[in-house]
Design a protein around this ligand. Structure first.
Ligand code: FMN
Length: 289
């Protein structure tokens, strides 16, 4: 099964030029389109792009019929084929949840639950993205196994692996540097675990890069649900070409801005790191690496 990889802008154009589809348009933003397929006044399907790319890479479908999206198909590697399914509990007893992540209980997807909504959605999915319900089902079966193994990896992760998965799943973390005697903080998302080292990526041209070269002491903070992680560490530059290539492969949207051979792309690994996992309900857990 392949999802046609079209841009949000292109999809918006198509929707707006088709009178039937444009009636369904609930909302369209820079990186999101929401459609009310059955005309009941609540949105049934949403297409979204990743933060750095502009291609559709997440399709969210409302299985509950109450306008909240609880099934997400997400294309992490940007190859046009969603590789993760999230089915989030909607509070009813009917749907059990399968999710890529640790916060949702595991179970089995019961697609029969709200088929009516999906049947209306199918026509659109079919026409615009070449997806059918059978594809969807097939896809879910195939990837459930992969997802379960990903979840197991996260549940079993210790030490630096645990830190890596948290930053990866949080998607955005905040990197604080020191600029003379002033703190500076900004959102970051790049993360790579390579040979037992945790790497982040930036551009040499950025102020953040200059601040790190003058003072490599930084802090990183990320949160997910009711947990958060703070890492205090030194950053060490690593100019290894293979590591840059691996970073670009893991986060292909970076290729829009960087290449392993430009003079700009820069990789740093975390050294002398003290990572602290915190939550409102349990004692802090410290990991040094
Ligand atoms: C969600 C998100 C993730 C980002 N990830 C990165 C990243 O991993 N590396 C990077 O250099 N910039 C990243 N940026 C962009 C930086 O936040 C931005 O370039 C910032 O201005 C850099 O800090 P500076 O202005 O102090 O140099 C990201 C921005 C957002 C919104």
């Amino acid at each position: 099964m392949e999802v046609k990889q079209i841009s949000i802008r292109e999809a918006k154009k198509r929707i707006k030029s088709d009178p039937e589809l444009s009636k369904m348009l609930v909302k369209s933003g820079w990186r999101e389109i929401t459609l009310d397929l059955d005309g009941d006044g609540v949105a049934d399907v949403a297409f979204a792009s990743e933060k750095l790319g502009r291609k559709i890479d997440t399709i969210a479908i409302d299985l509950s019929g109450n306008g909240e999206f609880n099934l997400y198909l997400h294309d992490f590697d940007g190859n046009g084929i969603p590789d993760t399914v999230y089915l989030v509990e909607d509070g009813s007893d009917e749907i059990s949840a399968i999710a890529f992540g640790s916060e949702v209980e595991l179970g089995f997807i019961n697609l029969g639950v709200k088929v009516a909504n999906l049947l209306v959605a199918e026509d659109f999915l079919n026409k615009e993205l070449g997806l059918s319900l059978a594809d969807l089902n097939e896809y879910m079966k195939k990837y459930a196994a992969v997802m379960l193994s990903e979840i197991e990896k996260r549940e079993e992760a210790q030490g630096i692996d645990k830190v890596y998965y948290f930053l990866k799943d949080a998607q955005t973390y905040y990197l604080a540097t020191i600029d003379g005697d002033k703190p500076r903080v900004r959102p970051f998302g790049t993360i790579l675990l390579h040979d037992g080292r945790l790497y982040i990526q930036t551009g040499r041209k950025k102020a953040v890069s200059k601040q790190i070269s003058e003072n490599p002491s930084v802090e990183i903070c990320a949160d997910m649900g009711d947990r958060w992680l703070r890492i205090s560490c030194q950053l060490v530059e690593d100019d290894d070409h293979d590591i840059k290539v691996e970073m670009l492969e893991q986060m292909p949207s970076l290729k829009l801005m960087y290449s392993a051979d430009d003079d700009n792309m820069q990789m740093f690994y975390l050294k002398d790191a003290k990572a602290t996992f915190c939550s409102f309900t349990s004692e802090p857990e410290e990991i040094d690496f």
